[in-house]
Design a binder for this molecule. Structure first.
Ligand code: SAH
Length: 518
């Protein structure tokens, strides 16, 4: 079904941003955001979501004034009305869903007065995202036939907040928004009204942000536990939801991925499929090579090769982008056959509309050489690759008497540093595993994470990546048998929960660089 048109003049779209992660936005929300030229948002919407979806739009953050006091909804409503009347395409982006605890009534009033029409785009509200993150059902046939969204803190001005006692009689789950600060009051009322002290309590803070935390407690202990473990807003507290037995071997474990932005999907999916939580912190960034000349020249004689060999998905992307940029298409490749180093690279070729003629049995340079050597005698090869990386394929093919040209299709650049928010987020999360998917990422991890590597188990995608780690005096706890995202997660699962951490000696020996960790 087509969604309604994105930008009607003279109206504001109130759009739910979901809990924080960009991939929890709806397609309609993305459509409205792309069309917007000004986005009025609150602090529950991460900058990186806006960076990804519409970096060009003007952004106005409104939920706090300069003194960090909540700004009244009516002031925001007036701002929205003014922007619309100026002819701007306005999105009012709210964390979660725009109709849940979102000061909507106050914001709508000035719009109504100004005759501005309003559209609503629903979003995933924090309670639902929290239940999904913690894998707890909000309802169940036998014991929970209702879900109540309730605020643990009343609007400023109302003296004592709502009375929680009647809620104790509901046969279901309470999802408490803004519940951390006044937990003593509302949990006390629920206990006083007869809810058992062992009623399960689940708390999820900064759900779907990189520093998401999930914790379990009981109604009787939650005041003490929240204090002891430093739980802070924004958080959802689920009261009464039964915590099901763990499903998936990585249940409750945080696994750190280090993929370039936008390329974490496959690994994140494999981690989630095993029940784990994926946090992605990119350590390298993919950039254009300093010059396109060599690749352009190679493309212009592409039909003279027997094989065009792709060593990564980024290589495929760079190649296809140039091919199209030169005004060419698949016909320019003539009868050249296409090889990919592994299944992810093959999928990238297929996504660009090409069939892949060869994927080796072992997904490595050596595997590739072995598979190619069995193909042609004295062939002409084009290797499409990154600026850095190994020479094995070229050298080996040349040793076998083949002609080999190489062309750089992208650069992979290690980041200089990580921003302090990211590091603080990681420090607040109990990361169980760090995954490393190439030797250069291993080097970057040692430099950028420093002593944190002492408390994380490390899983590598290949013996080469392990070797890079070994050069820093570190050893992985697990190494993938098959060099794919699934292979990496399989290695973690095989390792089991009773994982050994890096021993102190090996961390000492590694001589890890200092970080600013306090
Ligand atoms: N409209 C939002 C709610 C805004 S009220 C929604 O539908 O989700 C703010 C409260 O929402 C926070 O105090 C917290 O209780 C909850 N919240 C919002 N985003 C959250 C997140 N990412 N993780 C946990 N709780 C969140």
């Amino acid at each position: 079904m087509p969604s309604p048109p994105s930008s009607l003049p003279g109206r504001v779209a109130f759009v739910g941003a979901g809990p924080g992660a960009a991939d929890l936005l709806t397609l309609r929300a993305i459509d409205r955001l792309r069309a917007a030229d000004v986005i009025v948002h609150d602090s529950l919407v991460p900058d990186r979501v806006l960076d990804e979806v519409n970096p060009a739009a003007e952004r106005i953050q409104v939920d706090r004034d300069q003194d960090q006091r909540p700004s009244p909804g009516t002031a925001t409503g007036r701002l929205l009305a003014r922007l619309v009347l100026e002819g701007r395409t306005v999105v009012r982006l709210k964390g979660g869903d725009p109709t849940v605890f979102a000061r909507l009534t106050e914001e709508l009033e000035p719009l109504r007065q100004a005759g501005v029409a309003v559209e609503f785009v629903p979003g995933i509200t924090a309670a639902l995202a929290a239940a999904a993150a913690a894998a707890v059902p909000l309802t169940s046939r036998d014991s929970a036939s209702s879900v109540t969204l309730v605020t643990g803190r009343e609007a400023d001005g109302k003296a004592d907040g709502i009375d929680f006692r009647p809620l104790a009689d509901l046969p279901g789950t309470l999802a408490v928004y803004m519940g951390v600060e006044q937990v003593a009051r509302w949990s006390g009322e629920l206990l006083a009204a007869g809810l058992p002290a062992d009623t399960p309590v689940t708390i999820v803070s900064r759900c779907s942000w990189p520093d998401q935390r999930i914790g379990g407690s009981t109604l009787g202990d939650c005041v003490r536990d929240f204090e002891a473990h430093g739980w802070r807003s924004p958080a959802i507290v689920l009261v009464g939801a039964k915590v099901p037995p763990a499903f998936g071997p990585l249940q409750g474990q945080f696994v750190l991925a280090t993929r370039p932005t936008g390329q974490e999907g496959e690994l994140a999916a494999a981690i989630r499929a095993a029940g784990g939580e994926c946090i992605n912190v990119p350590l390298v960034r993919i950039a254009d090579p300093p010059s396109w000349r060599p690749l352009d020249e190679a493309i212009s004689r592409a039909d003279t090769y027997d094989w065009i060999v792709f060593a990564s998905g980024n290589g495929v992307r760079g190649f296809m982008r140039r091919l199209a940029g030169l005004g060419l298409d698949g016909r320019a490749l003539g009868t050249a056959r296409l090889a990919a180093i592994g299944p992810a690279t093959r999928r990238q070729l297929e996504a660009s509309g090409y069939r892949c003629d060869l994927v080796p049995q072992t997904f490595s340079s050596e595997g590739l050489v072995a598979a190619l050597a069995a193909q042609t005698s004295r062939g002409r090869y084009l290797l499409v690759r990154a600026d850095r990386g190994r020479d094995v394929v070229r050298r080996e093919l040349e040793t076998h008497g083949h002609h080999v040209d190489e062309a750089v299709a992208y650069e992979s650049l290690s980041l200089e540093s990580l921003d302090s928010d990211t590091l603080a987020g990681l420090d607040a999360t109990s990361v169980a595993w760090l995954t490393l998917t190439s030797p250069s990422v291993a080097d970057a991890a040692v430099r950028l994470f420093g002593p944190r590597l002492r408390s994380w188990k490390i899983a590598t995608i290949s013996p080469l990546t392990s070797a890079a780690l070994a050069r820093h005096g570190l050893q992985p706890a697990a190494e993938a048998v098959e060099a794919t995202a699934t292979g990496l997660v399989d290695a973690i699962v095989r390792h089991g929960p009773a994982g050994v951490r890096l021993s102190e000696e090996s961390a000492e020996a590694a001589n890890l660089p200092p970080t600013s960790r306090g």
